[in-house]
Design a binder for this molecule. Sequence first.
Ligand code: HDE
Length: 697
Amino acid sequence: MTDPTQKTTDFAKLNSKTGAGGEVHQHASDDGARLTTAQGVVIADNQNSLRAGARGPTLMEDFVLREKLFHFDHERIPERVVHARGYGAHGTFTCTRALGDVTRAAPFASEGKKTEVFVRFSTVAGSKGSPDLARDVRGFAVKFYTDEGNWDIVGNNIPVFFIQDAIKFPDLVHAVKPAPDRGFPQAQSAHDNFWDFISLTPEAMHMVMWQMSDRTIPRSFTTMEGFGVHTFRFVNAQGQSTFVKFHWKPRMGLQSVVWDEAVKSNGADPDRHRRDLWDAIDRGDFPEWDLGVQMFDQDFADSFAFDVLDPTKIIPEEECPVEFIGTLRLDRAVDNFFAETEQVAFCTANVIPGIDFSDDPLLQGRNFSYLDTQLKRLGGPNFTKLPVNAPKGCPVSNYQQDGHMQTDARKGRVNYEPNGWAQGPRAHPLEGYVSYQQPVEGDKLRLRPESFADHYSQARQFYISQTPSEQGHILAALVFELSKCVEPAIRARMVAHLMHIDESLAKAAAEKLGLADMPTPPPAAQPTRPDLKPSAALSIQSPPPDSFKGRILGVLISDGFDGGMLMALKSAAEGEGGVVRTIAPKIGGAMCNNGHLHPVTDQLGGAPSVLFDAVAILPGTRSLAQTPAALEFVKDAYVHCKYIGLTKPAMDLVAASGLDGAQDGGMHALTDDGSAHAFVTACRGLRFWKREDLMAK
Ligand code: HDE
C-alpha cells in the first residue's frame, strides 16, 4: 500500500492548487491515470465549476459540470416490478452426470464439463432498498452461458406458486405490494390486501403453507433450495422428450432463522443476505448447490395424482426421485453491482437446444412477459449486448440492427436474409433450435382444466410433513400475519380455508386469533385427499446439516476473558469450516487474561446475537451483567433456540438475564478444550428446538 500522505505531498508538488481553506484538492492516482470526460478530454479541475469571477455566476459552457450532472441525473433505471431487491454472483456449473441420451443440452454433454453461470437471488415483494429478511419467497435465477447460447432457469426457493394462470399475476403482485393509496406496507405480506386476495384464491393454499413456513425466512442465500417450479422438457438428438423438474440443493443444507430473529435482523443488518454471500466468496468459502432433476415420461404424468402442468403442485421425491447431474459453485463476486446485478436480464424463454417448455399456463405467460420488462428497464432491445447478458460460450451472429445503444458496428452491405451476396450467417436445420414436435389441438376457450381443481390435498401433505416445531412456526406465522389484517372477515375466510387443510391447525389459529365461532369451510372444487403420505424432503429441520460449515459463531468477550477458551472455540469452529466473530463492548478490542489486547470484529451495541448462528459468552473480570446490550444478546440467543456456550464468569450475566433456572441441553458449560469441541459439534444441529417446548410451559 502506498502512503496516502505521500501521494498528497507528491501531488501537491505537481499541482499545488489549493482551495480557500488551503486544502489540497486532488491526489495523483496510483497508476498515473488521468480523469477525463466521457468524450476523452482530460479534466483539469474536478472540484470547481467554471465561473465568471471567483464569486460570480456559473457558465453554461462548462461542459465538465454539465456532463457530470447529466450522467448523475440518469444513473437510476426502473427497478424490477417484482424481485427488485437482489444480489448476484458469478460461478461455474460442473456436470457430474452426462445426459446425452436424454437431452442434447450443452451443459450436460459430458461428465466434468464446465459452464459459466451468473446467479441472482432476490426477494419478491419489497423494493430495491427493502431489508433482506422480510418474510418472502426468494428468487433463484441462474443464467448458464453455454456453448450453444444462454439458458436461464428463473426459479424460486419454493417449488410451487400462488396461481395457476399468468393472467392472475398482476393482481397477485398488486395485492402484496404497498396499497396504492397509502404507499405501504413495504416488503411484507402481513396486511389486508394480500390476505384479502389470497383468501379469495383457493389455488394459493398450497403455496401459502410454504410461505408461512420458515422457508421464507432463510438463514442466507447459501442455505436455500432452488426450484424451476414448472415442468420443462429435456429433448434428445432424436427429438424424444422427457419431462423434467429442476432442483437446486444447497451443500450447506437447508437453514432458516426464526421470525423474531428475522425482524430484529432487519434492523441490525438489513443487508444480511447480500453481506453473507459477499463475505463467503471473499473468504474463499465458495457456496455450492447440487443440481437435481426429476425426470418422467408421459405415462408417469398420466398416472400421477395431479396435473404435471399445474404449478401449484409438486411431485414428491418419494414418487419420482431427484437425480443429481451437476454442481453449481459461486466463486466470484460482481465487480460492479449496477452493471451486473442490476442489469442482468433473465427470461424463461431463454432456452437452448435440448431444453423445451411444457404447456404449464404460468410458464407460457412468463415466456411472453420477461422481454417486456427488459425493454422497460434497460431502455431498448440491445440489452443482450451488455456483458452480463451477452452469450460468452458461443458467437452471436444475426441481422438485427440499430435500436437504442447499439454497440456493434456490423460491416458489409447485407442486413437481410436470404441474400444473393453470399454474405452473412444462415439458419442451420441440424444444429439450430428445433421445438419439440408436440401435437396441439383444441377449442379456443378460457377455462381452467378439471385436473387443476384440487387446491388442498398438497397443502395438507406439506403441513403433515413438518416437524411439530415447524408446524408451530406455521401456526405462529399465520397468526402474526392475519392479526395484522384489520378486516375480521378476511381472517375468518382464511381460517375457513385452513379447515380443508388441517382441522387442528384451523382450530388453533381460530383460538389464537380470537375468532368467536369456527367459520364454515368454503365449498371445495375437490375434497382434500387424506391419503397423501408425508414427504421427508419438505421439512427443513430434519435432518439437520452434519457440520458447522459456513456458519458463524459469535463469541462475546470482555476485558480479562479466557484467551485459551477463545482459541479452543476458534479451532473447533474453523475446523468445521465455520467462522468465529468476536464481540466486545469496545471495537478497539478486549484485554485477554494473558495481558494482551485482543482485536475484535464487532462492537456489542451493533452486533446483537441475531446475527450469529450460535453464541459463546466469555466475559472476563469485567462483568457484563449490567450491560443492556449483553443482556439482550444472551436473552435473544436463548429465545431463538440457539446453542449457547458459557464460561463460569458468564453465569452472573445469565442470572441477570432471568435465565438462571432455564438452563437446558442447548446451553453448554465451557470448561476446557474438549467442552469447546463438544459445544461446536452440538451447534451442527441448527437450533436446540426442544427449548420451544420448555418456553411454552
Ligand atoms: Fe417472474 N418476473 N413472473 N416468476 N421472476 C420477473 O422480470 C412474471 C414467476 C422470477 O433476478 C420480472 O426481469 C410473470 C414464477 C424471478 O432478475 C417479470 C409471472 C417464478 C425473477 C416477471 C411470473 C418467477 C422474476 C420482473 C406469472 C418462479 C427475478 C423483473 C406468469 C418460478 C429475476 C424481471 C432476476 C422476475 C414476470 C411468475 C421467478 C415482471 C408474468 C412462477 C426469480 O418479467
